[in-house]
Design a protein around this ligand. Sequence first.
Ligand code: SF4
Length: 91
Amino acid sequence: LSIEERLGFNKYNVDDGKPHIILNKEICAKCIKKPCTMVCPAALYTEENGELKFDYAGCLECGTCRVICPCPGAIKWDYPQGSFGINFRYG
Ligand code: SF4
């Protein structure tokens, strides 16, 4: 199975309008390497014309972006509240 097919097994209960990961765009704009675009297993971080784009809806809650980010204060990271977030079908 491809990565996309494997990710398709997951179910997401997205907390619309209340992202559990919030980026500081000013800090992110100064980051040269943007390692988050290389490590997110769900490919939620992308770069378009030098600008960082992010969509929290497909987050796997792995925490990799929080650990790898070299810019203090760039990522405010929490788990989704209550029953929101990812539901892994196969654990
Ligand atoms: Fe991607 Fe994991 Fe960060 Fe979610 S926690 S945005 S899946 S790297």
